[in-house]
Design a protein around this ligand. Structure first.
Ligand SMILES: Nc1nc2c([nH]c(=O)n2[C@@H]2O[C@H](COP(=O)(O)OP(=O)(O)OP(=O)(O)O)[C@@H](O)[C@H]2O)c(=O)[nH]1
Ligand SMILES: [Mg+2]
Length: 312
């Protein structure tokens, strides 16, 4: 891809072994952002396609041959002395055994250990993206029992990230149902974010999900939460999410939906344009199903969010 002359386009790999551990290496002291940890990768040569650069850099730096890679996230960052576009790919399929070919320190770590290491500033959203799954299910239901049943179906379908959005329940029921959902999810290592509009005690949950209205009212990230997410519909909302330190966003509606028939859909083209400067992981929402994952990732998304699509 052609970048403005002064932007350094970099191919970066989040390389995972069969147990899900991620490969990190330490940058040489004399290098740009020297001494900090990184995901292996490097600059594109003039005219070189990004996947070719990724394969070349991973072979040169850590001695592996990439068999397949999927787009994870693109980050634009201005270091003051250099502007970079980090073009980050998931590499789950490769041959050879990783080794530090340039004498660098190298380690395999779990996604959660990544925060124990010092990375360059641009890497914060890459670490969030590396930890997040590809599906985010929104848990709703007409009454308490159907919410608990839907939760079971979501868990059985293998989804690992859920937003609790039980808007139909009475104030009394909400907290009780949340506790049942949290218990169910904990058993299956499923993380739960609670919609902020519900106004519940969320100390046992893993995160909070802000509606776009709640997002715009805040001027800083809510404290004490592993995950802070936000619903966005516009570039301004995405920028505000980034400014206050939200970990990831949901951008909607991509396609027409029965639940919001009067809201014009963004379509994939506009969706992808909005993501160009988002600099944080974004799930696509609205009229989509699991089958749209490859399309969504090609448009720059972390993955797919949905209500009914996960209950099939
Ligand atoms: N590979 C890599 N580069 C990163 C990361 N995060 C980040 O800000 N960068 C920046 O992206 C640029 C990539 O440069 P690089 O030093 O890896 O490039 P390279 O392998 O081609 O090195 P070379 O210049 O020695 O040939 C640097 O400015 C570096 O600071 C990351 O996680 N991995
Ligand atoms: Mg490099």
């Amino acid at each position: 891809m052609l970048q403005p002359n002064n932007v350094v386009h970099v191919a970066v790999g989040v390389v995972r072994d069969t147990s899900g551990r991620i490969l990190i290496a330490r940058r040489a002291q004399h290098a740009h952002q020297g001494g900090l940890w990184e995901f292996p990768g490097g600059k594109l040569e003039p005219g070189e396609p990004v996947l070719q650069a990724l394969a070349r850099e991973l072979e040169e730096e850590v001695g592996i041959r990439v068999a397949a890679a999927e787009p994870l996230i693109k980050i634009h960052h201005d270091y003051g002395d250099r502007r970079v576009l980090l073009d980050v790919w998931n590499v789950n399929s490769f041959s050879g055994e990783a080794r530090p070919c340039e004498g660098q320190a190298m380690q395999w770590v779990s996604a959660y250990q990544l925060s124990d290491f010092a990375f360059p500033a641009a890497n914060l959203p890459i670490i969030a993206a590396a930890r997040l799954p590809a599906y985010y299910a929104i848990l709703e239901g007409a009454d308490a029992e159907s919410i608990v049943t839907n939760c079971r179906r979501i868990i059985d379908s293998g989804v690992k990230l859920v937003q609790f959005r039980a808007k139909t329940l009475t104030a009394n029921d909400k907290q009780t149902v949340l506790e049942r959902v949290l218990q169910q999810c904990r058993h299956h290592a499923v993380e739960v974010l609670v919609n902020a509009d519900l106004d519940l005690d969320i100390s046992q949950a893993q995160g909070i999900h802000l509606s776009s209205r709640a997002l715009l009212r805040l001027d800083r990230r809510p404290a004490g939460m592993r995950w802070v997410a936000a619903s966005c519909h516009t570039a301004a909302e995405l920028q505000h999410a980034l400014a206050i330190g939200v970990d990831f966003a949901v951008l909607a509606p991509v396609m027409p939906t029965a639940s919001h028939p009067d809201t014009p859909p963004l379509g994939w083209q506009r969706f992808s344009e909005l993501l160009e400067n988002a600099n944080l992981p974004v799930f696509a929402l609205g009229g989509l199903s699991r089958q749209d994952l490859v399309r969504a990732q090609a448009a720059g998304a972390q993955g797919i969010a949905g209500i009914s699509s996960f209950l099939a």
